[in-house]
Design a binder for this molecule. Structure first.
Ligand code: GLC
Ligand code: MG
Length: 722
């Protein structure tokens, strides 16, 4: 049954995102994708079936940036917002360098979701970074996830390779391997992948090994059909909009007249960046070689904005120089217009209409064209098209039947197609009408949203929500979102030691499943924890903090908390530490098998030797956290890790007040979780080393031992009724 009234979360992390006055092209990360997302969010928000749309992006602050990008929430309409989440600090970071900060983005988004107490029905990630975030959230929240690549790493890697860039360079500049790894995983896991064209799906996604497991749908983006309206339609008489359009018409016409001897002839229009892949010179050759075509129509090429060609990039300069030289070679004076500037807001849309009014045509001679936005804009204006037989144009012509596909490597083919359209008035009219109708049907945002929601309705909502954690409880994020209390205990000598009391505690936990979450925090490695619970009837922990706080896992699926990993990895140099401690005589390595990623452990029976250990490590400028317990165990951890820090992280991430967290322990490796705001219980059988905590706030010393002591603590704090 299709779901109704969706709450949709979209993720587009990089670039400069705001609701109006997009700074298109201000930097390499602020372009088509950003525009796509803002338009999509608005369009979705206007649908009855959509309850709320949040577009998540990164929050940015900096002297050179508008304060708009520093607003945590920007309301676009009653149902649509842009939500900005901080990660990796406040300054601008280009997308290739955002990878290490994405887990922070995930954590803070979870916190945002918990704070607002509203769970999305599904999440939709855009580009590899947004895809990663959506994938993680979907696991935590138990909701489906959708992915749109916009562009992909493997085709880029290939292109860069063809341009002679080494793999090493690609990774240094673009972190291309990391991007591709993430993309493989996202493709394998997404419940739906949206592409703009058939070719994107086949050729680009086809380069990924996980492609076979993906569910793909081609749903082309929409264009703003108010801005690109048919040439015969006028906007409201007397409106400010109309004034601007009239002005644009006047100046564009005048600009063309500067170049053309017979400006009244039909116009062949081309519009693209000055990039050799756009094959502008192929078009000039086609026109220059065909006298007949020159007699029928003028040619106008708008190739970006230029001031001084000499100061442009190599690629651009070469393209423009070649253009000027061929104008001279073919003697196209009076027939070829190459204006130096145009604005995108009003002049470009008006240009299509100027060309259409005079019965002209639009041509896209690019060698390859992934989508072909200008072709859709022409179609919307009622201007027939001639386009390269590749990628997006194939879909456009198939959908709209508004022109002809040609092999752009054959100049005669191009000019023949143009003549066919320009001389046959009946055919011209059919193409023109087909284009206008086709865009409404296939390339408007309304059309996009209609197809999108039809696909969304097929997502496996129930199946995904029902997986994860025991007792058929919902996925971890849902569970944690509903939690307001947490009980976390050490295992050895705290939880374990009294069978009978343990059984009673087990019953108490089971009976109060709804009231609090249950977890363990221990020095043991994961492999030595799981069997304990598999073999007994004791409830399974929902969170496992293993290896002295260096690893966090959720549910019986043992989902690792990646955010924690990234957080503690900072400045961790295990090889150096091992090397230094190897030389100290009183230490014996525990030689754990397998080795833990973030924990080095030793046996050491001489507490007085601790100062020497610290000295050796600090002398070498290493950052670490040292935990010494029971006069015997020495653990060296990353400076950000410990059992207590792991619990604080959990409480922060899942928004559970520290004062609602009950913790229990018996030895010094529990000490830092017992101190502070949490409700601490020290069991009666504790190691003497904990005596030092006596008298501190929120630390209850129980008289009962083991699980019996823990239950005493429950009563002492009246934990169940907090
Ligand atoms: C557990 C771990 C050990 C650690 C000790 C104290 O016994 O297996 O590696 O040193 O706890 O934290
Ligand atoms: Mg213990």
């Amino acid at each position: 049954m299709p779901k109704k009234n969706y709450y949709i979360q979209l993720f587009s992390i990089h670039g400069l995102v705001r609701g109006s006055n997009l700074e298109m092209g201000r930097n390499a990360d602020t372009g088509g994708q950003v525009k796509y997302l803002v338009e999509l969010a608005r369009a979705l928000g206007s649908l009855e079936k959509v309850r709320k749309v949040d577009l998540f992006t990164r929050r940015i602050r900096g002297k050179t940036f508008s304060p708009d990008y520093d607003q945590p929430v920007e309301q676009l309409s009653d149902k649509v917002r842009i939500v900005r989440i901080q990660c990796g600090g406040t300054r601008y970071i280009r997308k290739e360098l955002l990878w290490p900060h994405l887990d922070e983005f995930v954590d803070k988004t979870l916190k945002f979701i918990k704070d607002s107490n509203d769970l999305p029905d599904f999440v939709h990630g855009h580009y590899a970074d947004g895809g990663y975030v959506a994938k993680e959230l979907s696991t935590f929240l138990g909701v489906p996830f959708v992915f749109t690549g916009h562009s992909l790493g493997r085709p880029k890697q290939q292109r860069l390779g063809e341009n002679g860039l080494s793999e090493e360079e690609m990774n240094k500049q673009f972190h291309i391997d990391r991007r591709i790894r993430v993309e493989e995983e996202v493709i394998a896991r997404a419940n739906l992948i949206v592409t703009s064209t058939t070719q994107e799906k086949e050729k680009q996604y086809g380069m990924y090994s996980s492609v076979a497991s993906g569910t793909f749908r081609v749903i082309p983006p929409g264009i703003d059909t108010r801005r690109f309206h048919p040439f015969y339609e006028d906007v409201f008489e007397g409106s400010e909009e109309q004034e601007k359009i009239k002005e644009a018409r006047f100046f564009m016409t005048k600009e063309l007249e500067r170049f053309l001897t017979h400006p009244e002839k039909p116009l062949i229009l081309a519009l693209s960046r000055p990039d050799w892949r756009k094959n502008i010179s192929g078009l000039v050759t086609a026109y220059g070689m065909d006298r007949e075509l020159q007699a029928i129509a003028n040619l106008a090429i708008f190739a970006g904005i230029r001031k001084d060609i000499n100061k442009m990039d190599d690629n651009e300069r070469e393209v423009l120089t070649e253009l000027l030289l061929s104008m001279d070679r073919f003697d196209l004076y009076g027939k070829l217009a190459i204006p130096k500037r145009h604005d995108f807001e009003y002049e470009v849309p008006e240009l299509y209409r100027i060309a259409a009014r005079a019965g002209g045509a639009f041509v896209n001679p690019a060698f390859t064209e992934p989508f072909g936005l200008t072709l859709v804009e022409s179609a919307a204006s009622g201007l027939p098209i001639v386009a390269t037989d590749d990628g997006g144009p194939r879909d456009i012509i198939k959908n709209c039947k508004n022109g002809l596909l040609v092999d752009v490597r054959q100049p005669q083919e191009m000019s023949a197609a143009l003549k066919k359209i320009l001389v046959d008035a009946d055919q011209w009219r059919i193409y023109s009408q087909n284009g206008i109708r086709g865009v409404k049907k296939h390339y408007s945002w309304e059309a996009h949203c209609r197809k999108y929601l039809a696909e969304i309705a097929k997502l496996p909502f129930e199946k995904i929500a029902a997986t994860e954690i025991p007792d058929a409880a919902p996925a971890i994020g849902r569970r944690f979102k509903s939690l307001n209390k947490l009980f976390i205990t050490d295992i050895d000598n705290t939880l374990l030691g009294d069978e009978e009391a343990l059984e009673r505690l087990g019953v108490l936990i089971r009976q109060n499943r709804k009231k609090f979450g249950f977890g363990v925090a221990t020095g043991r490695p994961l492999e030595a924890i799981v069997p304990l619970f598999e073999e007994s009837s004791f409830p399974r922990p929902e969170v496992i903090i293993a290896s002295v706080g260096t690893e966090i896992y959720y549910t019986k699926e043992l989902l690792p908390d990646r955010g924690w990993k990234t957080h503690i990895a900072a400045q961790w140099q295990p090889e150096q530490i091992k090397e230094i401690l190897r030389r100290l005589p009183l230490l014996r390595a525990q030689d754990e098998d397998p080795e833990r990623e973030f924990k080095l452990s030793y046996f050491m029976e001489a507490p007085e030797y601790l100062a020497r250990v610290h000295q050796a490590l600090t002398e070498n400028r290493l950052r670490y956290n040292l935990v010494y317990s029971q006069g015997r165990f020495l653990d060296i951890l990353p400076f950000r890790a410990s059992k207590g820090k792991a619990i604080r992280y959990l409480c922060y991430k899942w928004n559970i007040p520290l004062g609602h967290t009950l913790v229990a322990g018996d030895s010094d490796n529990d000490a830092d979780m017992l101190r502070g705001e949490m409700l601490a219980v020290v069991v009666g059988n504790h190691h003497p080393e904990l005596e030092k905590l006596k008298g501190l706030r929120h630390i209850y010393f129980a008289s009962g031992n083991h699980a019996a002591g823990i239950m005493e603590g429950f009563e002492h704090y009246d934990f169940l009724n907090l």
